[in-house]
Structure formats: structure tokens, C-alpha cells
Design a protein around this ligand. Structure first.
Ligand SMILES: [Zn+2]
Length: 211
């Protein structure tokens, strides 16, 4: 049996969301019950960018690809894992850190930040993040997707890293966990968003399958 490593965060009622004024509180609510309706049905309320999720280019770039249009071969494949677990809070991830990136690759940045700080008050504000040069380096290498377990951007007004990557059709898979378990192993990375017509992003179940 091939072992499957789950790289996804759990979604739940009241879970943490990005500190933005327009994000709703996450709700998982019962709308039908066994007693009254003979079955359980729930209503889910959340923004398109929640927990472990994928950004479509449309998230920042009008008229670009929506989440139902992104090529799935950019989200499935043998990844390049870059170990940056030595990064400290708020430290930058530089071009030099990402030298292992190759053309057509799915690049995974492993800092350990999600594993250690998810649900803690410092999670968003003190996460390590990419420099603009680091993002431009990934564009020049023509990678297919960037997955990471920290934040891309420190500038939450202009979002230069998101714009640089998505503006060049590099998909972003955010808030991965358990990346340490893939270290030193040959794995197939699989990140599948919901097929939401015209969606700008979607929560995703992300796994690594050991070869
Ligand atoms: Zn996002």
C-alpha cells in the first residue's frame, strides 16, 4: 500500500481566517436533522480562500483563469521541496533560498510555520514571507505552482508576491501542513480545488502519495 500524507488543514466552525474586514466567520451549520428530516445536511459559510487552499490567477488578475479553468497538471506531480525550517518569525525568503527551483516544477517551501503557529495569534503577522526578487526568480524559472506553509506577502495592501506569481500563471497552494513528512521521500503531490465556476480560489484537500 502506498502511504498517503495529508498536507491539509481541517476546516471547522469558527476556525481562524485571514484578518480582513470582508471575510465572514466560518460556519458549519445544521440545516436538516435526523429527528426532523431523517438525515443530516449542513450549510457551509466561508470565503473562497480558507485554510489549505488554492489561488487562481483570477484572484488578483481580472479576466485571467478562474479556479475551474486552471490546468490540473500544474497541481499534480513530483514536487521540489525546499527546506527553510531555519527561518525565524518575519524573516524574508530570498531568491537565494529558492535556487533549487526548476522549470515546470511544483515548488514547495517548508518553513514549519503552519505546523507550529496555525491557530496562534502570531500566525499571520509574524510569518516568514517572500521578497519580490524571490517571486520574480520563480517566474524566471517558469515553475508551475508554488506551495508553501507560510505567508507569501508581508505587504497586505499591494500584495506584490501574489500579483507577481498569479500574473504569470503560477498557481499558489497556501497553508500546507505536515511537509516535514515528505522530506527525503519521492512523492506525488496532489492538490485539487473544488470546481467552482468563475471562482477565484478554493479550499483544497492536498496530499502527497509516497512512491
Ligand atoms: Zn488565497
Amino acid at each position: 500500500m502506498k502511504r498517503i500524507i495529508d498536507l491539509s488543514l481541517t476546516l471547522y466552525d469558527g476556525m481562524p481566517v485571514f484578518p480582513s474586514p470582508f471575510y465572514p466567520k466560518v460556519a458549519v451549520e445544521s440545516i436538516a436533522t435526523y429527528e426532523k428530516d431523517g438525515r443530516s445536511v449542513q450549510k457551509l459559510v466561508f470565503a473562497s480562500h480558507l485554510g489549505t487552499h488554492i489561488d487562481a490567477p483570477l484572484h488578483y488578475i481580472p479576466d485571467e483563469k478562474a479556479i475551474d479553468e486552471v490546468p490540473l497538471d500544474s497541481l499534480v506531480g513530483e514536487p521540489i521541496l525546499i527546506d527553510l525550517t531555519h527561518k525565524k518569525p518575519s524573516e524574508t525568503i530570498t531568491k537565494k533560498d529558492l535556487e533549487a527551483a526548476e522549470a515546470e516544477a511544483i515548488v514547495l517551501i517548508h518553513t514549519g510555520w503552519v505546523d507550529e503557529h496555525w491557530e496562534k495569534p502570531d500566525f499571520y503577522e509574524y510569518a516568514p514571507y517572500l521578497t519580490k526578487e524571490a517571486a520574480e526568480h520563480l517566474v524566471s524559472k517558469r515553475i508551475r505552482a508554488l506551495g508553501l506553509d507560510t505567508l507569501t506577502d508581508k505587504d497586505w495592501v499591494n500584495w506584490p508576491i501574489h500579483k507577481t506569481l498569479l500574473g504569470n500563471n503560477i498557481l499558489i497552494v497556501e497553508y500546507l501542513k505536515n511537509l516535514a513528512e515528505t522530506k527525503g521521500k519521492k512523492v506525488t503531490f496532489v492538490a485539487l480545488p473544488l470546481k467552482i465556476r468563475g471562482g477565484d480560489g478554493s479550499p483544497a484537500r492536498v496530499i502527497a502519495i509516497e512512491k
